[in-house]
Design a protein around this ligand. Structure first.
Ligand SMILES: [Zn+2]
Length: 346
């Protein structure tokens, strides 16, 4: 079965759906973690702050005893290195002021890794937060490391299942778009009547975005760029149409999107009303490869229906260059196919 129970919240954490994570100082998840008690006069609030400081080690219904050595202090010291007993005792002691906590690498405690952008952990395409470590950044990202149906993949056409396949019925119309620079890619959030029909299901277009080079490989080769058109059915299943982009003639849709492209991460620009028409990005030959995969960004959710167009669409060299100046490499490496069937529509 392909159905996913993805609600709106799940989508919010989805491929490029959120603004960029900005590195912020985070407290380490240790029993000795110090917290600032901003309103120590309210025992309930202090309790909540302590629970947060202790992370998962204190169940919400666990009783906390607070021993105050000096009333009126705003510093709370919890635990001090020993595993908390079933009945947690926390001492409130006066402490000298200390410098602000140093920035630390994100840790696996969601309550400490949250930032101003809705709790997204800072992940990236290189370095210690790069694709090899996505699965370790946050428990919710486990599938990035453990999933067996991850994307992207290398499509080897000596092993694809070649045969008849239904055409994708594209129903795209003039729409409104907002171009978002989310720190991982340029994404266009789409408002309008846009859907595809495939496998008897209607999927509505939510957004599209770009990767350079293309994430999908065909016979070991990547295209210079790819557009991912992300759709969702009423039942919550995701369907992504991948359109390889190669250097050639300028593309009118890219021209409009790039004109509204915000250059700063976290910025967004609304396109003129009705200007967006995704038909301008579709190849003439709409045969495709089809397989089940995942989101190619954390949380790497599986059960995504992928349809990768075989014929690339041309975009101008200047158009290609402009995107690459902002995002020279925002492609996840290919993942193990694990005997997944790949259909190749003839
Ligand atoms: Zn993508």
């Amino acid at each position: 079965m392909l159905w996913l129970g993805l609600g709106p919240d799940a989508w919010a954490a989805d491929e490029h759906a959120t603004p960029p994570a900005v590195k912020k100082p985070v407290a380490k998840k240790e029993p000795s973690a110090d917290v600032e008690a901003t309103s120590s006069s309210n025992p309930k609030e202090v309790g909540n702050q302590l629970r947060e400081a202790l992370g998962t080690q204190v169940a919400p219904n666990k009783k906390l005893t607070i021993v105050s050595a000096s009333k009126g202090t705003s510093k709370v010291v919890a635990g001090e290195g020993t595993p908390p007993p079933a009945h947690n005792t926390v001492r409130l002691t006066p402490r000298p002021p200390r410098p602000a906590p140093k920035p630390a690498t994100p840790v696996s405690a969601p309550e400490h890794s949250a930032d101003a952008h809705g709790g997204e952990v800072h992940w990236s395409y290189e370095g210690e937060n790069g694709p090899q470590n996505w699965g370790k950044l946050k428990p919710e990202f486990n599938l990035c490391a453990l999933g067996k149906r991850q994307s992207p993949i290398n499509i080897d056409d000596t092993t694809t299942l070649q045969g008849p396949a239904e055409p994708i019925a594209f129903n795209y119309t003039g729409s409104n778009g907002t171009v978002v620079n989310n720190g991982h890619t340029i994404q266009v959030d789409v408002q309008g009547e846009n859907s595809i029909m495939v496998r008897g299901v209607r999927f509505n277009l939510l957004q599209f975005h770009f990767h350079s080079p293309s994430e999908e490989q065909v016979n070991g080769t990547r295209a210079p760029m790819v557009a991912h058109l992300v759709h969702k059915s009423d039942e919550g299943q995701l369907a992504v149409v991948g359109i390889p982009l190669e250097a050639g003639n300028a593309n009118p849709l890219i021209e409009k999107v790039w004109t509204s492209m915000p250059l700063d991460a976290g910025d967004k620009v609304r396109m003129p009303r009705g200007m967006l028409n995704l038909n301008e990005l579709l190849p003439g030959d709409q045969r495709y490869y089809q397989f089940i995969g995942s989101l190619t960004t954390p949380p790497c959710t599986e059960g995504v229906l992928w349809m990768v167009m075989k014929q690339p669409v041309q975009i101008g060299r200047d158009q290609l260059r402009m995107f690459r100046q902002l995002y020279p490499n925002n492609a996840r490496p290919v993942q193990a196919v694990n005997n997944r069937p790949v259909r190749e529509a003839k």
